[in-house]
Design a protein around this ligand. Sequence first.
Ligand SMILES: Cc1ncc(C[n+]2csc(CCOP(=O)(O)OP(=O)(O)O)c2C)c(N)n1
Length: 394
Amino acid sequence: MKHSKRSVHRPQFISGSELPIPTLEILRADGSLYEGAEEPELSRDLAVRIYRTMIFTRILDERMTSAQRQGRLSFYLTCAGEEAAVAGSVAAFDPGDMIMGQYREQAALRFRGFSARQFMTQLLSTRNDLGKGRQMPVHYGTRELNFMTISSPLATQIPQAAGYAYGQRLDAGKAGGGASHCTLCYYGDGAASEGDFHAGMNMAAVLKCPVVFFCRNNGYAISTPTAEQYAGDGIASRGVGYGMQTIRVDGNDLLAVYAASVAARRIAVESFEPVLIEAMSYRLGAHSTSDDPSGYRSREEEDRWREMDPIARMRLWLYARDWWSEGEEKAALESYRGEVLSELKAEEKEPKPPLAALVEDVYDTPPWHLREQIEALSEHVRRHAEHYPAGKGV
Ligand SMILES: Cc1ncc(C[n+]2csc(CCOP(=O)(O)OP(=O)(O)O)c2C)c(N)n1
């Protein structure tokens, strides 16, 4: 039994609100440091790489949202507003650590080296897509970069991350040392309401799995604000409940996110323990291209958060240190806009994967019902050939 005993002799209820979990804040919105704040060790090269990742992601999101409006892709989800939370956390991990994401963490992929072209292959489902066009847009995955393919059903990645990390723990045991690698699991405040969240958290805590559960608390689960999502002290209080080392950070503060993530990774690999980080942020954009947030939140609220933009905040910090200049900013923005547009145009010319790829890879020999479906689909394509132009791979 882990809990230590403390007796009382009259009924005494405990209310979480008596113990609000503090928020780590290092960088102010104007780019200066809070008094007494401890800046994490961060080299110029790494800081600039993180910042470049953040601005690339913002541009990718803007361009792909427009491309969806132009009918060039079917669906898209932005990371806008949460770039510091994602880029600042992934930067604290080793490239060999596994990432289990939700769907809004494209900055993590970019940081690890996913190219603009690779984003396009997945978003457009071309024959070059690593997933062979079988997933909705934004369901990225790459074995090479240790990024597990995204699953649409919310929170499935949480118990999977616990299981994967348990494997990392067993591997480390065989090698006879500390864990060399851990798992970084991203999820949203809405996903934390799923049963899978609780199953995964408890499993990781009891089995001592080296996993960092990184909650992007962006205020909404589609149209449901967090005030209607939970009654406790955010998501962080649940980490404490499961017996995990837990920290809450300002998710728009790159330095706070990075400092907490470096420390969390160390705990995970050195002590074989799960850690929970709750990054408080805001989803600046719509939930997805299928959503219109004007139906459930005000323009004033959005504007208030825009003033706390994590990108502007980090840029001011970089400027103050002379690590980045207006000239570099302009050149980087231009080059990323050009890169995203030219890769989009180039990949649009690529054919789709062959139809048969739909049923390959899972079974050694596709079973009869899948073969039947492929035959029916091929027949449909033949019959309506005018809608399936030659050269598009079908
Ligand atoms: C099991 C399940 N239920 C519902 C959905 C529909 N759905 C997709 S995203 C989403 C909201 C998730 O919110 P959150 O976890 O806070 O992440 P965010 O989108 O804010 O990043 C919902 C309800 C789903 N994909 N899976």
